[in-house]
Design a protein around this ligand. Sequence first.
Ligand code: PLP
Length: 403
Amino acid sequence: WFDEIGAQPPIEVFEMNKAFLDDTDPIKVSLGIGAFRTEEGKPWVLPVVKQAEKAIVEDPAMNFEYLPILGLESFTNAATRMLVGADSAAWQEKRAFGVQSISGTGALRIAADFLSTVVPNITKIVYISNPTWENHRLLFLLAGFNEVREYRYWDAQKRGLDLQGLVEDLHAAPERSVVILHACAHNPTGVDPTQEQWKKIVEVVKERKLFPVLDSAYQGFASGDPDADAWAVRYFVSQGVEFVCAQSFAKNFGLYNQRVGNLTVVTNNAATIPNLKSQLTIVVRGNYSNPPAHGARIVSAVLNDPTLTEQWKGHIQTMSGRMKAMRGLLREKLEALKTPGSWKHLTDQIGMFAYTGLTVKQCQFLIDRHHIYLLKSGRINVCGISPKNVDHVSKAIYEAVTT
Ligand code: PLP
């Protein structure tokens, strides 16, 4: 059975993280994997998460019974409310609900399976931004989509959004195609549309009858305020657009390996919800039957308690503040070294990632010569920068650019 099977290429970001972990040089720096790091380069367990977890494990009533197929309701409700806003029409009119998922990736897969097998007359063509998080393509192809098309997003010349290209490409899309849009803190570019630009995007989505799959993996990381970061999602709601949105709690709760996610569904007709839930039940049942409980219990405990929610918002400020500070510091050092080119984009971009504009060769040079690990696209996780390593990193980038 197996002799004829060849190998697939490795997944770059995980391969790179392994290379980083295996590297024994103390000077090494990880700018690869998308996880928050403290100034000491260490993972951070959010204090509010620790506190909530302690109460959960010490609760004598806690057990390991199966969750319902669609997940822990106190969690899915809280997650959905956090996204669309308690004052939104969709929430008030009970037109929005959530399905618990295996983190953001699992939410996207539920969305892809649901669109591919349940929603009538979908073209099975999905549009993804160029560039995007590399897993979007694979997820939709494995769910039975026939074609993945890219829409223009990144303008390398101006190191910003190519709105005209984006709108043109979506305009040319066949009706009833699917379009994936990053809700905030676009990965990998760190460039989001402005509110005016979102309005144009929503216009073309409506005009071409495209089905939006929003991907919200970083709510809170763009501006430091989870409500402000949900602006685009809430604008879709306000315009009466039906959509699904994949939410990840990996980054904004630091619950990476707990795999906590939610697929929010917004419909214009609350009467459709029982049928939608029954269909989504089949999708989940046929994939993994029901989700894990621990991480969802933690998020639920935090989001359903105003005091804990405030504490969590403080942690979001801490994390996004550190990202912002490190962008500024790296730019300052590169400019002080008179590194050729403009480095303004480092501070114009937002969120966890900076799209540096470094070439594949320059990235390889940083890895091979300076033990600085980053993706070949030139994407860096700014949390990997610290006041202790920024001189090393900026001098290495200077060398990469000038040799
Ligand atoms: N979507 C985007 C844009 C991402 O960057 C990521 C993670 O890097 C995800 C979704 C899913 O992450 P997870 O499955 O860890 O929640």
